[in-house]
Design a protein around this ligand. Structure first.
Ligand code: NI
Length: 172
């Protein structure tokens, strides 16, 4: 396993629609392992392949409590097949947009269908933090970011700040 670097706003890869994964081979499993390691190291509760610059449909998640046993999820080509009507507002952050939080309303629970690391088709019912997290990570595969849920004014301020940070990094 190897830690990869997380790309930041306004990297254009974050805005691409990610390509489906055809075959679950060793390369895909290696990418999943790298994503998990990168997520745990950050630390975060979810990470999508586009966030390490790989525009493919793979996400990893682990919402277990700090001192509990790890519960890693690897989801390949995830699709939400059911959403509850009941909305839930949760404050979200994103490893590609550090230090920015947004209150986002999403369905409280979802059923997600995906292919696991062994190539088997699976379904998972998620609620609470896991449901929020699954929806946030699947957004990444569509090139959608948490700033898209903000008011236009706030979004433009955040983008401007990150463009400046990227220019400053480029000059160092
Ligand atoms: Ni994110």
């Amino acid at each position: 396993m190897a830690k990869r670097s997380i790309i930041l706003l306004p990297d254009p890869v974050l805005r691409l629609v990610a390509a489906p994964i055809g075959t679950v081979d060793d390369e895909v499993r290696r990418l999943a392992d790298d994503l998990l390691e990168t997520m745990y190291e950050a630390p975060g509760v979810g990470l999508a392949a586009p966030q390490v610059g790989v525009s493919r449909r793979l996400i990893v998640l682990d919402v277990s409590e700090k001192d509990d046993e790890k519960q890693p999820h690897v989801m390949i080509n995830p699709v939400i097949v059911q959403r509850s009507d009941e909305p839930n507002v949760h404050e979200e952050g994103c490893l590609s947009i550090p230090d920015v939080r947004a209150e986002i309303e999403r369905p409280t629970s979802v059923v997600v269908r995906y292919v696991d690391r062994n190539g088997a088709l699976r379904e998972l019912s998620a609620d609470g933090l896991l449901a929020t997290c699954v929806q946030h990570e699947i957004d990444h595969l569509e090139g959608r970011l948490l700033i898209d849920y903000m008011s236009r004014l706030r979004r433009e301020m955040v983008v401007k700040r990150f463009k400046k940070l990227a220019r400053d990094r480029a000059m160092m």
